[in-house]
Design a protein around this ligand. Structure first.
Ligand SMILES: [Zn+2]
Length: 201
């Protein structure tokens, strides 16, 4: 279950010593309060979506939302609102997600570079993870390498999930038979992403 919702946060209250209250007409008793509501998921603020506020008179106690403020009060209210910054922590979730995505992209690019390097300089014992068909994954282990061929021992098992590879990639699952592939064919499989990962011990 995902718990989410919105939460208003008090940003600041600013006293205004110049304007007069429209109700009691006393000067210098007005204060403006500002709030920012943010959307949260599991209480982690994701992003703020609205800024609201009201005016209050410390003398007569009248509180007004912007819509009901007389023009001169609303002008002062808006002026002060301009200087009310949203706290960065209200963006925590958004920042977290951005950093996470950035990290995953970086990680995946780094992995791709590693696999490309393993592809151009294969070693016996390397394990190619490959896709046989829809929801079918297995591995091929390099047994021998010659100038133009690579001899691979196929895994005797197939899994229906990419994450299932770690369970089937055991020594016992590789038999005696090996098959020769031309290096061009292996490279084509890698380019076409049939071979999508290369493991090296
Ligand atoms: Zn008043």
């Amino acid at each position: 279950m995902i718990i989410y919702g919105t939460k208003p946060v008090h940003l600041k209250t600013v006293e205004n010593k110049i304007i007069k209250c429209a109700n009691c007409e006393k000067q210098g008793q007005m204060a403006f309060s500002y709030f920012s509501s943010h959307f949260h998921v599991f209480w982690i603020p994701v992003f703020p979506y609205t800024r609201k506020g009201f005016s209050s008179c410390t003398n007569c106690g009248e509180e007004l939302k912007p819509k009901r403020m007389p023009e001169h009060i609303r002008r002062a209210y808006k002026e002060t609102k301009k200087d009310t910054k949203l706290p960065i922590w209200q963006f925590s979730g958004l920042i977290l997600v951005t950093v996470l995505i950035g990290f995953l992209i970086y990680q995946s690019k780094a992995d791709d570079a590693t696999y490309a390097e393993y592809m151009t300089s294969p070693r016996s014992g390397d394990v190619y993870r490959y896709k046989l068909g829809y929801d079918e994954y297995s591995t091929l282990k390099i047994a021998e390498i010659t100038e133009d061929s690579i001899y691979l021992i196929p895994n005797e098992y197939v899994t229906n999930k990419r994450s299932g590879i770690s369970e089937i990639d055991t020594d016992a699952n590789y038999g005696q038979l090996m098959y020769g592939y031309s290096r061009d064919e292996i490279e084509r499989m890698f380019k076409d992403e049939e071979i999508y990962q290369i493991d090296r011990e």
